[in-house]
Design a protein around this ligand. Structure first.
Ligand SMILES: [Zn+2]
Ligand SMILES: [Zn+2]
Length: 450
């Protein structure tokens, strides 16, 4: 079956795809309208839930949670609630402390978990509901990232952002009035998270060429619909018209469904996300308030698309020379020292990943170089198909979003380290690894840092 890529057609669906896999999502209902919160009691009744556990932070309580409590009280629905303290500046990190608080306040009699929020609150609720075997409902407060209906939960463990398996919400409620009053930086972050897909999809195709990684064109098609919607919404986003807020939210939801279908974040997270995660870790280590996920992704996208733009125009590498250097690249002692320096407290997990994945194994590099050599023209054509970094930067700028790491307080040293080492965060092939493979990464890093 070839599904049509509208949310209605994808809700709660399950189908055998041309790619050979079965795709499914448990996300089965979306109420996206002004006054949508009023429908929460009937939604709970429909699913037969009687005792929800609500998770919010002081910000989302103020903009939405309070109203939800009033509605549940009026409907005489008994509930428990935790309100996490929002930091004065920045976003609440989804780490052990936040998750610990959410777990400790969870009464085992509650039969469903409801997150009232956007990023962190959503990830905490999604993971708690998953490990406790409860269903998950989401009351969205801002269209700021695409994790809303995805099946994975990115959480910070031992200073590293780890993507934990989880499940999509059963239903999402988005009150268009509340969503359209979200701060502009949250709306532009939502756009940034989706613009990053231009890079993700290119990275994914690149890996399909170099490593024969699994690829699904249906999932790509859903992601392209998400990008189209977001581009449409971005044009007039500053006017905060309800229809544009709806379009942006739908774009984010489609992206989440695409991830859920893939069973991991591959279609939605490439080098731009790795850069974003790397910067986020540095913020955590330095005790600097976190910057919104989509804002950092937007910045990462401008950098990584710039790499694709350059890749499209470089000379064919000297593969014989590259082959001769294989056994010296990288010098693992020097590499380990660099990882310890760049990742600080997070280094043990990065080193552990390398133990398992062996990304830097000379034999693997030899195989990749062989593929890159054979498919060089195809790789350059792929790179040429990526949008221009300036075009994406222009869209973000028109929404007053930052486009350089400097604007959000990332210093040059972290930018340089991110470009060189963000690829070590995951065993996932991206443009950063390709540039390293052909020994161009250090050189291209210089062009960005300058
Ligand atoms: Zn497929
Ligand atoms: Zn993202």
């Amino acid at each position: 079956m070839e599904p049509q890529f509208t949310i209605d057609n994808l809700l709660g669906t399950s189908f055998a795809c041309d790619c050979g896999r079965e795709h499914s999502t448990c996300f089965s209902k979306m109420i996206l309208e002004a006054g949508a919160l009023q429908k929460l009691p009937s939604l709970l009744g429909e699913y037969g839930y009687q005792y929800p556990y609500l998770i919010c932070d002081t910000n989302t309580y103020r903009v939405c949670g309070q109203q939800v409590c009033g509605i549940l009280d009026a409907a005489k629905i008994h509930y428990e609630m935790i309100i996490l303290q929002s930091p004065l500046e920045g976003d609440l990190p989804a780490d052990e402390e936040a998750f610990g608080r959410v777990c400790m306040a969870f009464p085992k009699e509650c039969d469903v978990v409801i997150s009232i929020g956007a990023g962190t609150i959503n990830d905490l609720g999604r993971y708690l509901s998953y490990i406790t075997g409860r269903e998950f409902l989401l009351v969205l407060t801002a269209p700021s990232m695409d994790g809303c209906v995805s099946g994975v939960a990115p959480l910070i463990q031992n200073h590293l952002k780890i993507t934990f398996p989880a499940h999509a919400p059963l239903a999402l409620i988005g009150d268009l009035k509340i969503l359209s009053e979200a701060p502009m930086k949250m709306l532009s972050a939502g756009v940034g998270d989706i613009l990053g897909k231009y890079n993700c999809l290119t990275d994914w195709k690149l890996s399909a060429i170099v490593n024969q990684e699994y690829y699904c064109s249906t999932i790509e098609g859903i992601m392209r619909s998400a990008i189209d919607k977001t581009m449409e919404a971005a044009k007039h986003l500053k006017e905060r018209r309800a229809e544009d807020i709806r379009t942006l939210t739908e774009g984010l939801v489609l992206s989440g469904i695409a991830m859920d279908f893939a069973g991991n974040s591959r279609p939605a997270s490439g080098a731009e996300h790795h850069l974003s995660h790397f910067f986020e870790m540095q913020f955590l280590f330095d005790g600097i308030p976190a910057v919104l996920h989509g804002t950092k992704v937007g910045i990462g996208t401008v950098i990584t698309l710039g790499f694709y733009n350059q890749l499209a125009n470089i000379e064919r590498p000297d593969f014989d020379k590259l082959r001769k250097q294989i056994t010296e690249r990288p010098d693992m002692d020097a590499w380990t020292a660099e990882i310890k320096r760049a990742y600080r407290e997070g280094a043990p997990m990065v080193l552990e990943l390398e133990e398992k994945a062996r990304k830097n194994d000379p034999e693997k590099l030899r195989q990749r170089l062989r593929q890159i050599e054979v498919h060089w023209d195809e790789i350059q054509a792929l790179a040429a198909s990526a949008p221009k970094a300036e075009e994406i930067a222009g869209i973000l700028k028109s929404l007053d979003a930052p486009i350089t790491p400097e604007e959000v307080g990332v210093c040059r040293e972290y930018v340089a380290d991110g470009i060189l080492y963000a690829k070590e965060l995951r065993d996932r092939y991206t443009v950063l690894q390709l540039l390293w493979d052909i020994d161009m990464l250090a050189q291209m890093k210089e062009s960005v840092v300058k």
